[in-house]
Design a protein around this ligand. Structure first.
Ligand SMILES: Cc1cc2nc3c(=O)[nH]c(=O)nc-3n(C[C@H](O)[C@H](O)[C@H](O)COP(=O)(O)OP(=O)(O)OC[C@H]3O[C@@H](n4cnc5c(N)ncnc54)[C@H](O)[C@@H]3O)c2cc1C
Ligand code: FES
Length: 285
């Protein structure tokens, strides 16, 4: 396996917000996939994120007070800078994501990004990709990057609440081992069960592995702990509440062994060795 590093360099976002247009909308179970035309941004790295809002109707309450833009990881990138297509995968859990899920083709958005640090792939080790829930988005993006590399193969494990949510993994043609909490598809239980088996099988066969994960905080913490017990390197794409996305508001700080970090500029992907826990207060899902 060749030694290749993806994501070592941060891709810098252009200054300010820019207009972008929804090209298509698809629904995969309870998840919504927006494909967005971005003619003003650079090609992002898997794990980076954007701040999104609709150009119209972005606000609530009696006075229509505007919401803050919402952070979303991109799930897939196509085309070239000047004519990029970005896929976002979202679950409507509150006012911002509900408004985005109502978007129709041709609707205008305002976006900023790509922000943060993406995954850094150590292609000297077998990559094990782990997605939980809507954390699937950056894992699809990382799988796409890996598939573009010569001679690098990976395993992907996807955990969802139910089979309906797995439709999104199938829609993005992610070859994966599935786990569902209700047992409606794949392993009945948490995705960390097949992860433990995968890591133990790897250790027995002498295969060096590296884990890349995104999902809810409890899942990320279980993944971090499993990897720490086995001395397997792990990178976690984390979440915290984000107001600006570019380092100005300090709303996204998370505790690490090196002190507090702003997740939007020092993350959202953090090395597991920098964390005592991935259970960060204020994290979204
Ligand atoms: C770097 C980064 C990348 C992200 N990528 C994605 C992504 O690709 N797709 C995506 O859908 N979201 C993603 N998020 C999460 C998203 O930005 C937040 O969930 C956002 O706050 C949603 O805004 P809202 O107005 O809809 O809900 P809010 O009003 O902000 O939240 C409403 C309530 O729902 C809770 N909540 C938030 N998310 C969930 C959830 N998934 N399930 C259950 N309860 C929840 C909140 O804690 C809050 O209590 C990302 C966040 C970060 C920081
Ligand atoms: S979101 Fe404002 S500093 Fe990170």
């Amino acid at each position: 396996m060749s030694s290749v590093s993806v994501g070592e360099q941060r891709v810098q976002a252009p200054f300010g917000r820019r207009a972008a247009t929804v090209r298509s909308v698809e629904h995969h179970g309870p998840y919504t996939a927006l494909q967005v035309e971005d003619d003003g941004g650079p090609r992002p790295l898997a794990g980076q994120f954007y701040m999104l809002q609709t150009a119209a109707g972005w606000g609530g309450g009696e006075d229509g007070r505007p919401y803050l833009p919402r952070a979303l990881s991109f799930a897939r990138v196509g085309g070239e800078p000047g004519d990029l297509r970005l896929d976002f995968l979202l679950e409507a859990v509150g006012p911002g994501t509900s408004r985005l899920a109502e978007c129709v083709a041709g609707e205008d958005l305002m976006i900023a990004g790509p922000f943060g640090n993406g995954f850094t792939l150590d292609a000297t080790r077998w990559p094990v990709l782990v997605a939980g829930g809507i954390g699937l988005a950056p894992i699809v993006a990382l799988d796409d990057e890996i598939r573009e590399l010569d001679g690098v193969r990976s395993s992907a494990l996807v955990g969802m609440r139910d089979a309906a949510r797995l439709l999104a993994a199938d829609a993005y043609e992610l070859v994966h081992t599935a786990a569902t909490e209700d047992g409606s598809a794949g392993h009945h239980g948490f995705v960390t069960d097949p992860l433990a088996s995968e890591l133990d099988a790897g250790a027995q066969s002498g295969r060096e592995q590296s884990v890349y994960a995104c999902g809810p905080p409890a899942m990320l913490e279980a993944v971090r702990a499993l990897c720490a017990e086995r001395s397997v390197p792990v990178q976690l794409a984390m979440e915290s509440g984000m107001a600006c996305g570019f380092g100005a508001c300090y709303g996204c700080v998370v505790p690490t062994v090196d002190g507090y970090l702003r997740l939007c500029v020092d993350g959202p992907v953090l090395d597991g060795s920098r964390l005592e826990t991935a259970l960060v207060a204020g994290a979204g899902h």
